[in-house]
Design a protein around this ligand. Structure first.
Ligand code: AP5
Length: 212
């Protein structure tokens, strides 16, 4: 299955991508994770992207389209993939169509803005392996430490409340039109993401069964 995950920042795309990846055995490609890793490693992409990332703005279409094109050409994507966080603009959606990949569905996880701020301000991520936690909804066993590797948990710079509000503004302005783009192609599937993680996973898997 070739799948796109849409939704506001903090709607739970990363959380659900992990669940889908386990069930369907296809790789989850998070453009956000790839960009953060590039910033951490100080690569050319990272140098170009850092200021956008920290400000809650989108990295340029040109950079992201090139990185997705490269990633989709790798052998592990031949039997399907989950795109988490791409496309984020109509220009990116058009570029994906031009790559000649057939998309089965664009699954949109809907969560109200008010819930987003609380989800993102409580998120903590492992500084070493990148595992994601939430102070209230998904706490680590030992406070401030990763369950998997024991490294310190930190808050993403762009999860500070003021930056979250900017990311939401950018989402409504630049990414919401992408829903319309796939709706017109008859490929948009909408799932309610307001419930807990398990409830949302059930809705997501049920929706994907109907697409298969
Ligand atoms: P990216 O990393 O893609 O950020 P995002 O879309 O803002 O997504 P998040 O990771 O913040 O949220 P999520 O929906 O995955 O939520 P999660 O599952 O973690 O991108 C970051 C930046 O990179 C962008 O701002 C941009 O600069 C750049 N970028 C990336 N892609 C780009 C592109 N295509 N073009 C241009 N620039 C690009 O959940 C959030 C929290 O809530 C977690 O703590 C989780 O435990 C909790 N949670 C999840 N589900 C639930 C639930 N059901 N109930 C309660 N809590 C929940």
């Amino acid at each position: 299955m070739n799948l796109i995950l849409l939704g506001a920042p903090g709607a739970g795309k990363g959380t659900q991508a992990e669940c889908i990846c386990n069930v369907y055995g296809i790789p989850a490609i998070s453009t956000g994770n790839i960009i953060r890793e590039a910033v951490k490693n100080g690569t050319e992409l990272g140098e170009k992207a850092k200021a956008f990332l920290d400000a809650g703005a989108l990295v340029t279409d040109e950079l992201v389209i090139a990185l997705v094109k490269d990633r989709l050409a790798q052998p592990d994507c031949q039997n399907g993939f989950i795109l988490d966080g791409f496309p984020r603009t109509v220009v990116q959606a058009e570029a994906l169509d031009q790559m000649n990949v057939k998309i089965d569905t664009a699954l949109d996880i809907e969560v109200a803005d008010e819930a987003i701020v609380s989800r993102l301000s409580g998120r903590r991520v492992c500084s070493s392996c990148g595992a994601s936690y939430h102070l209230e909804y998904n706490p680590s066993k030992t406070e401030g430490k990763c369950d998997s590797c024991g490294a310190d948990l930190v808050q993403r710079k762009d999860d500070h409340p003021a930056t979250v509000l900017e990311r939401l503004r950018v989402y409504h302005e630049q990414t919401e039109p992408v829903k319309e783009y796939y709706s017109k192609q008859g490929k948009l599937t909408v799932v309610d993401g307001q419930g807990g993680v398990k409830d949302t996973s059930e809705l997501v898997l049920k929706a994907l069964e109907a697409v298969k």
